[in-house]
Design a protein around this ligand. Structure first.
Ligand code: GLU
Length: 415
C-alpha cells in the first residue's frame, strides 16, 4: 500500500538519521508509518450532470508535539505513499522550526486544470465533510498546496463551520484576510526563502554584487521569491512555469513579467527573452538556483550538469537522494526544503495563533517574526552542519528528528 520512490526516499532519509543518532528502534519503527491515514470517496456533481467519484486522502503522520499540520493538493498524481512521504517531511519540518505541530498531508486525485470553479467547490466541500471527524484547530489543520489557494481554504472553513454550527477559523490556514487569515500570508513562503538565502550569503561571506538567479516555478513560492529578490537587486536571468521557461542573460524585469503572466497566463513569449524548458533552466550557469515547482526535478540524470553555486529548495523534495550526493560532491551549497520553505508553515503557525487568540498582528509584526524564525532555523542547521561535517540536509533532518524522538521518549508508550 505504501510504496513510491518518494516514500522510499523518506524512509532512507529516516534510516540514515536513525543510525547516526542511535534512535530507539521502537521510535524508528513508529516514525516509518503515519499515526493514521484517511482514504475517502469524494463523489462530486459535475457541471454536465454526471457524477465523478474522486479519491481523497489525509495522512496524519505525527501528533506528539501538537496538532498535525500540512497542505492539501489537487493533482492527478496524488497517492497514499507520496502523501505519507510528504506528511513525514512536514513532521520533520515543524520539529526543526520549533513549532508545536506534527506533520500531515492531504489531497484529492483529480485534474484541477480541467474542472470548473463550481466543480472544485463541490469537490472541496465533500472532501472536507468526509474527513471532518479528523480535522480541527486542535487536531489537524490543512493549508494550501499545489492547485489549492485562499478560496479553497474559505470553502473548507465554511463547510467545517456549517457542520459544527459555529465558525472555527483556526481549522485551516492560508485563508483570506477577512476570514481570519494573516497579514503577509500569501508571500510568506517566498519571503522565508529570501530570509534563509540572506542568512546563507552572510554565512558564506558572499561578495558578488547582483548575484544571478534562476527560478523554476512561478507560482506562490517562485513568483514571490523572484519578485522580492529582483527588488533587492538580484539579477533574475531565467524563470519557468508549467508551460515553459524564458532566459535573458541581461536579467528579466520581474514586475513586467508578472504583468505579462497575468495577461497571457504564462511566462513564455515574454518580449526580449529566449525560450527554454524547465529542465534546461536547471542547467544554466547562475549563482543561485531556486527549484520552486515540483518534487523530483534534480535527479541523477541532470545533477552533474548543474552550474550554480547555491540551490535553495522552495519546492518540497525537488532533489532526489542520488542527485543530492552528486551536488555535495560538486561542492554546491544546498539549503534543504524543510528549512528553505519552512516559512510556509511558520506563517501558518502565526495565523493559527492569531485565530486562537482572536488578536491580530500587523504586517511588520508577522514579518519580523518570520525573519526571526528563519534566521534561528538557518543558524541552528548551519552550525550543526559545520561542527559535525555533514550536509545542510542531513543536519536539518538530524535536528528535526532528534527533537521528535525526545518528545516520543518523554511521552513513552501507552499502555
Ligand atoms: N503547503 C504548505 C507547505 O508545504 C503547508 C503549510 C502548512 O501546513 O501550514 O509549506
Amino acid at each position: 500500500m505504501y510504496d513510491s520512490p518518494l516514500y522510499r526516499m523518506a524512509l532512507r532519509q529516516l534510516d540514515r538519521v536513525a543510525e547516526r543518532i542511535h534512535l530507539d528502534p521502537w521510535i524508528h519503527q513508529r516514525l516509518q508509518v503515519p499515526k493514521r491515514a484517511w482514504i475517502v470517496a469524494v463523489p462530486t456533481l459535475m457541471d454536465d450532470g454526471s457524477l465523478s467519484v474522486f479519491t481523497g486522502y489525509r495522512v496524519q503522520h505525527d501528533f506528539s508535539l501538537g496538532p498535525s499540520k500540512g497542505g492539501v493538493r489537487y493533482s492527478p498524481n496524488v497517492n497514499l505513499a507520496d502523501m505519507t512521504a510528504m506528511a513525514m517531511s512536514a513532521t520533520w519540518k515543524c520539529a526543526l522550526m520549533d513549532l508545536p505541530f506534527g506533520g500531515a498531508m492531504g489531497g484529492v486525485r483529480c485534474d484541477p486544470e480541467r474542472m470548473s470553479l463550481g466543480e472544485l467547490e463541490r469537490m472541496t466541500r465533500r472532501y472536507i465533510s468526509e474527513i471532518i471527524l479528523s480535522i480541527g484547530p486542535e487536531i489537524d489543520v490543512p493549508a494550501p498546496d499545489l492547485c489549492t489557494d485562499e478560496q479553497t481554504m474559505a470553502w473548507m472553513l465554511d463547510t467545517y463551520s456549517l457542520q459544527k454550527g459555529y465558525t472555527r477559523s483556526g481549522v485551516v490556514t492560508g485563508k483570506p484576510l477577512i476570514l481570519g487569515g494573516t497579514q503577509g500570508g500569501s508571500r510568506a513562503t517566498g519571503m522565508g526563502v529570501i530570509f534563509a538565502l540572506e542568512e546563507t550569503l552572510r554565512a558564506l561571506r558572499w561578495k558578488t554584487q547582483a548575484p544571478t538567479l534562476a527560478v523554476q516555478g512561478f507560482g506562490k513560492v517562485g513568483a514571490a521569491a523572484a519578485s522580492l529578490l529582483y527588488q533587492k537587486g538580484f539579477k533574475v536571468i531565467a524563470v519557468s512555469d508549467v508551460r515553459g521557461g524564458i532566459y535573458s542573460p541581461r536579467g528579466l524585469d520581474i514586475e513586467l513579467l508578472k504583468k505579462h503572466r497575468e495577461e497571457s497566463g504564462a511566462v513564455v513569449n515574454f518580449p526580449g527573452a529566449e525560450p527554454l524548458t524547465g529542465q534546461e533552466l536547471l542547467e544554466i550557469p547562475c549563482d543561485i538556483l531556486i527549484p520552486a515547482a515540483l518534487e523530483n526535478q534534480i535527479t541523477e540524470e541532470n545533477a552533474d550538469r548543474l552550474r550554480c553555486k547555491i540551490v535553495i529548495e522552495g519546492a518540497s523534495s525537488p532533489t532526489t537522494q542520488e542527485a543530492d550526493e552528486i551536488l555535495e560532491g560538486k561542492g554546491i551549497f544546498v539549503i534543504p526544503d524543510i528549512l528553505a520553505n519552512g516559512g510556509g508553515v511558520a506563517i501558518s503557525y502565526f495565523e493559527w495563533v492569531q485565530d486562537t487568540q482572536h488578536l491580530f498582528w500587523t504586517e511588520e509584526e508577522t514579518t519580523w517574526r518570520l525573519r526571526d524564525i528563519m534566521s534561528r532555523g538557518f543558524h541552528k542547521v548551519y552550525q550543526y552542519a559545520q561542527r559535525e561535517g555533514v550536509s545542510m540536509r542531513l543536519a536539518a533532518h538530524i535536528l528535526g528528528i532528534s527533537r521528535l524522538a525526545e518528545a516520543h521518549k518523554l511521552r513513552g508508550l501507552y499502555p
